[in-house]
Design a protein around this ligand. Structure first.
Ligand code: ATP
Length: 217
């Protein structure tokens, strides 16, 4: 995200990609304006929150008119740096890693997995979803000058920290960690942790223990 938006609260910033995706859909269907109520129903965020979020962007809706779709679209594109392609590296081409290589991120996001790494000899040298799978031994060499700042980690938990240290040393700034490992990194590195097993367990727990009225978190 660019500097202009550095004052936006984190909770608001996290909702930006959600808004962006919906506004893109509206734009491609030729819609010119949208009300906070319509947005609210589509993205499942209450309209007061949407109005507050949008006020941070300087997007002021008019009563009875709503928000201008073109304005919002260009704002989100700029804010989310959608005009520049973000290159991503993926480490660990197992079941989950392979699924990501097949997934077309560029469809909704301006991100692209440029290369993948693994230690398994039978995987090295292959291409999955047009992405070359390289030897983990060549990580530093291949990342040098490649301008890749984001990594997706889909390796076994026990090797996650060591790989993280190598990624950080190779100028990676953000890591999407799909392993259960809790990673230690310097302050300037951003880690987003997605533990699918924990998320699933937590969903099941909430379904079992909370009634419909208080499920909102
Ligand atoms: P698979 O069925 O292909 O083994 P998986 O997701 O069940 O997939 P994991 O044991 O989680 O297997 O490993 C994920 C991937 O990470 C595998 O392809 C494995 O070869 C690779 N891997 C393991 N250790 C490392 C490492 N140190 N560096 C890079 N890749 C690694």
């Amino acid at each position: 995200m660019n500097q202009e938006t550095s004052k936006i609260p984190q909770a608001t910033a996290k909702r930006l990609p959600l808004y962006y995706r919906f506004i893109q859909n509206l734009h491609s269907s030729g819609k010119q304006r949208v009300s906070s109520k319509e947005l609210s129903e589509a993205v499942k965020v209450d309209s007061a929150t949407i109005r507050r979020d949008f006020s941070y962007f300087g997007a002021l809706g008019k009563k009875g008119y709503g928000y201008n779709v073109n304005y919002l679209l260009s704002f989100f594109r700029k804010t989310l740096d959608q005009d520049a392609l973000t290159k991503v590296v993926l480490i660990g081409v197992g079941n989950l890693g392979t699924a990501f290589l097949h997934y077309n991120f560029i469809k909704n996001n301006n991100t692209k997995i440029e290369m993948a790494f693994d230690v398994a000899k039978e995987k090295i040298g292959t291409e999955i979803g047009d992405v070359p799978v390289c030897d983990m031994d060549e990580l530093e060499e291949k990342l040098e000058g490649a301008n890749i700042e984001v990594a997706i980690l889909t390796v076994p938990a026990h090797s996650a920290q060591n790989i993280t240290d190598r990624l950080v040393a190779s100028n990676v700034k953000g890591i999407l960690n799909f392993t259960p490992a809790r990673l230690s990194v310097p302050d300037h590195i951003r880690i987003h942790h997605i533990d699918l097993a924990v998320e699933l367990q937590s969903l099941v727990y909430f379904l079992k223990h909370y009634s419909e009225d208080d499920t909102e978190m």
